[in-house]
Design a protein around this ligand. Structure first.
Ligand code: FMN
Length: 284
């Protein structure tokens, strides 16, 4: 992801502080972030914190002669690969859904031709309000990627959907949107087989021998190869993880089934075997 650039719009929600963690996570992967902070956003997080973590100027005003001569509001989104709004407040989403452009954030959202990802965060009643539902539907119809907010206890004391998705989940969505389209990238045309997770050796219809392998490493490797353009077969034992939508998953239970599935998916240019194959199986 080295060299990719995000334009991050931070809106006026209590979860604005989580945008700091998001910038840090992206920086670890070589993704640079430039920030637009709304007037309300600045009530919750300082431009100093955002600027220190992003290592860049934080843009706040539409009518700022210096900003306009250095980096016009149109250029702000032109220089990014993706525009991310986090937290996307009810107000920011309403403005974007209706094409309003009365501050730097909303004007940039209307002026951009780059993909836009919104990570909503608001009180559960705001999220479930008919107006917000209409706005989300409109944004999606306009091609905006709107994440589903997390569900849980809220700063306002209520419980339900409306929490900002955790920064790691937003980062994952960003990676997905920045990845080259299928069939493109440095590993385009390369076929990879990856094994992951444990295997399960039945002793009888109820009991089995297995281990605590989570499958996380193999799934992450498979996903990373796919994002570089490889055609990936992920042969996996039973795990709690969803198969990444970038790969073709082959689910197996036993070591012998895993062996058969791997052979069936050969030949491959790359074979990465990180499954924790059971050491034992019953003789009969
Ligand atoms: C303490 C406090 C917390 C708020 N939290 C949220 C929030 O999480 N989500 C939201 O949509 N609005 C929230 N609001 C309301 C927004 O700040 C308000 O609608 C503002 O105009 C949004 O500005 P923006 O368009 O720059 O995001 C909050 C307001 C206050 C006073």
């Amino acid at each position: 992801m080295d060299g990719k650039r995000i334009l991050l719009i931070v809106g006026g929600g209590i979860a604005a502080y989580k945008s700091l963690e998001l910038i840090r996570l992206l920086a670890k992967e070589g993704i640079a972030t430039r920030v637009i902070l709304t007037k309300s956003g600045a009530e919750f997080v300082t431009p100093l914190s955002l600027g220190s973590l992003s290592g860049d100027k934080v843009y706040q005003e539409l009518f700022n002669l210096t900003d306009e001569s250095e980096m016009g509001h149109i250029e702000l989104s032109r220089s990014a690969d993706l525009v991310v709004v986090a937290p996307a407040t009810a107000d920011l989403m309403a403005k974007a859904a209706n094409g309003l452009a009365n501050d730097l954030a909303s004007t940039t959202l209307l002026a951009t031709d780059k993909p836009v990802l919104m990570a909503p965060a608001m009180n559960v009643r705001m999220w479930e309000h008919a107006a917000t539902k209409r706005n989300v539907a409109q944004l999606q119809a306009d091609g905006v990627h709107v994440m589903t907010p997390d569900t849980g206890p809220m700063a306002c004391g209520e419980f339900g959907p409306g929490r900002l998705p955790e920064p790691e989940r937003i980062a994952q969505e960003i990676r997905k949107l920045l990845a080259p389209p299928k069939g493109q990238g440095p590993l385009a045309g390369v076929r990879a087989v990856v094994t992951a997770g444990p295997t399960r050796e039945p002793l009888d219809p109820v009991r089995f021998i297995s281990n605590h392998s989570s499958g996380k490493q193999g799934y992450a490797i498979a996903d990373a190869l796919a994002r570089l353009g490889a055609d990936v077969r992920l042969v996996t034992g039973p795990t709690q993880l969803p198969i990444p939508n970038t790969v073709t998953g082959v689910k197996v239970e036993t070591a012998l089934e895993m062996q058969d599935a791997v052979k069936a998916n050969f030949p491959a240019d790359i074979f990465i075997s990180v499954a924790a194959v059971a050491d034992w199986r019953p003789a009969t």
